[in-house]
Design a protein around this ligand. Structure first.
Ligand SMILES: *Cc1c(COP(=O)(O)O)cnc(C)c1O
Length: 369
């Protein structure tokens, strides 16, 4: 196999994004789909992800910051964009400037939205997440402010804390939140008849038709990762991101010699090691040291020694015939083998979301498919 022309790159599969969007649409019944493209589309590219989502059935977009909304508008995206995060200071006026919709979580936020010319607001109700949003039992003042405010209440929303937990300790809490939100919505729909009601993230969308309401908000599934931390193909999702590099160097290491900072790995037998010019500055965490694997010439080889800022090392084995320039896949498929974001997440005790979001801006994005 030939090496990549780049030191290393993120390869994003457009066909996979399109396929995943169609899977989400099929799973959403009659609900509209808001594609969540915050954090640069979970590392895949916000504009690319938004364009493909909109071309395959999404009607709305969500981001976290006004800066992210501005980036989409600058690229010519005209669809409705909801800013999910808590806005501060000048962000209110900038949101109005790009015709973004905003979340309000307190009476004062309604005032800021009005004063800055934001015309469409979404009331965020905390049904049990305990994060941004007003407690449902303390929401009267927010509702009153929104009712008399100038902004149009375009949405009533909440967010689930345990939608991904199908059978764990907190599996039942999902239903509890759903029921709390549903009863609040029954009241509020009369006050705000034009509001779009939305609650479901990817996990809730796949899990429970009752959670879909008028619109679902899907992020992780669009990128082909499992909302349930399992094999994504079980939900007809295709991973869209690969991390590809090459062997920059191969060399002999004798028995008992060490490799890397801190001598965290020592050879038990003479072997060939490979150097891959990717490190934690690219988002390949130090926590992968001596636990993760990468693909070289269709086989799995272990990451050995510390992961440095700009490089990592693998044990190619004493019989290695691997050559400088050979392709290395750190995330994604090579031949019959595949390393998923879920597998990388398990190796460093995190979730697939963090694996793809962590991929740094120093890695060029290459689009295929
Ligand atoms: C990020 C986010 C989502 C998307 O969640 P996924 O699990 O990636 O589908 C939905 N709603 C809110 C409020 C979010 O912050």
């Amino acid at each position: 196999m030939s090496g990549t022309p780049e030191r290393a790159c993120i390869v994003v599969d457009r066909g996979a994004l399109a396929h995943n969007m169609r899977t989400i649409v099929a799973a959403s019944g009659r609900a509209r789909v808001m594609a969540v493209v915050k954090a640069d589309g979970y590392g895949h590219g916000a504009v690319l992800s938004a364009d493909i989502a909109l071309a395959n059935g999404a009607t709305d977009l969500a981001v976290h910051t006004v800066g992210e909304a501005e980036q989409l508008r600058a690229a010519g995206v005209g669809a409705p964009i909801l800013v999910l995060g808590a806005l501060t200071g000048a962000e209110w006026g900038r949101a109005a400037g790009v015709n973004a919709e905003v979340v309000v979580w307190a009476p004062e936020a309604v005032g800021y939205a009005d004063a800055s010319g934001v015309t469409r607001i979404h009331l965020k109700l905390d049904s049990g997440m305990g994060r941004l949003g007003v407690r449902i039992d303390e929401s009267a003042a927010l509702v009153d402010a929104a009712r008399v405010g100038r902004g149009n209440v375009a949405g009533l929303m909440t967010h689930f804390a345990t939608a991904d937990d199908l059978e764990g300790e907190h599996a039942g809490f999902f239903r509890e939140q759903l029921l709390r939100f549903r009863s609040a919505v029954q009241r509020l729909r009369e006050i705000f008849p034009d509001a779009t009601v939305h609650a479901a993230n990817s996990a809730a969308t796949f899990r429970d038709p009752d959670a879909r309401f008028d619109m679902v908000r899907c992020g992780i599934a669009l990128y082909g990762c499992s909302p349930f931390h399992e094999d994504p193909t079980l939900r007809d999702l295709r991973p869209a991101m690969s991390l590809v590099s090459h062997l920059a160097l191969t060399k002999t290491i004798l028995s008992r010699e060490s490799v890397g900072y801190g001598r965290t790995w020592r050879a038990e037998r003479g072997t060939q090691i490979g150097l891959i010019p990717v490190g934690y500055a690219d988002g390949y965490s130090r926590a992968y040291a001596n636990v993760a694997e990468v693909l070289v010439n269709g086989r799995r080889v272990p990451v050995i020694g510390a992961v440095s800022m700009d490089s990592l090392t693998v044990d190619l084995g004493p019989e290695s015939v691997d050559r400088v320039g050979d392709e290395v896949v750190l995330l994604g498929r090579q031949g019959d083998e595949m390393i998923t974001a879920e597998e990388l997440a398990a190796w460093r005790h995190t979730i697939n979301y963090e694996v793809t979001c962590a991929m740094g801006p120093r890695l060029p994005r290459v689009h295929v498919g």
